[in-house]
Design a protein around this ligand. Structure first.
Ligand SMILES: [Fe+2]
Length: 251
């Protein structure tokens, strides 16, 4: 009996040490530390849109110039203004956005939706490029093959997530807490950086599946827009983001 009690004590002590005093990898303190190592950590709730790295017409025929113009100069501009207005003169004005995202359940919906809208579009613009036949290389390609089996399998999983997201939202390729690649989707302007997200991590590739992103050219044919998207992915930038995320997570 004494031996049994002693064994139980050891198990309880071990559990308390492992799950209590030592944070599990996916908790907020882990993500706060990881996010602080990323170059975009400097973004706050008082931020400006960055210039597009190409002209509105440069993504044609996949995304038409008018859609890009409205998307960037109206939709993204509005999220940016609303985020700045919502965080002005509050505790959130100087806080890094990534920090805000780790505790997003404490923010009003106005802040969550507009800070999400600001960052999601900022990321989206960078991972697009004029059609050039780019493909993943190096460490990113190795990770895609390891996590999904092949590039085609990644495309299938990501495209399904984008096509099946009910209503407005986003599809994501994310580096998780173990440095593995995972595919997911989120509703509204949520993203995997947020503490409320089912799949958490550092997103490196995304697709906007709000109707404002494709309706002028594709109308109700979201699937055609998703399939065409692969022609204009900036794999060089996705690879850079993958390597930065991996270093932030593993070191
Ligand atoms: Fe959008």
């Amino acid at each position: 009996m004494k031996k049994l009690l002693s064994s139980i004590f050891v198990v309880v002590l071990f559990s308390a040490f492992t799950f209590g005093s030592n944070p599990l990898p996916a908790d907020n303190s882990f993500w706060s530390k990881v996010f602080s190592r990323l170059s975009e950590y400097q973004l706050t709730g008082q931020s400006k849109q960055l210039p597009l790295p190409y002209a509105y017409k440069d993504l044609e025929p996949t995304i038409d110039a008018k859609t890009m113009e409205i998307h960037y100069s109206k939709h993204h501009a509005t999220y940016t203004k609303n985020m700045n207005d919502a965080t002005a003169n509050t505790d959130n004005s100087a806080k890094p956005l990534f920090q805000l995202f780790t505790e997003i359940e404490n923010s009003p919906a106005l802040v969550k939706n507009n800070a999400g809208g600001f960052y999601n579009h900022l990321l989206f613009w960078t991972i697009l490029a004029p059609e050039s036949g780019q493909a993943p290389k190096g460490e990113l390609l190795r990770a895609i093959n390891e996590s999904f089996g092949s590039m085609d399998k990644l495309k299938e999983a990501f495209s399904n997530a984008a096509k099946k997201q009910f209503g407005s939202g986003w599809a994501w390729l994310t580096v998780d807490e173990k440095g593995k690649l995972v595919v997911s989707s989120t509703p509204n302007q949520d993203n995997p950086l947020m503490s409320t997200s089912e799949v958490r991590g550092i997103p490196i590739l995304t697709l906007d599946v709000w109707e404002h992103a494709y309706y002028l050219n594709y109308q109700n044919r979201r699937a055609d827009y998703v399939d065409a998207f692969w022609k204009i992915v900036n794999w060089k930038e996705v690879g850079r983001r993958y390597e930065e995320a991996l270093v932030a997570i593993l070191y």
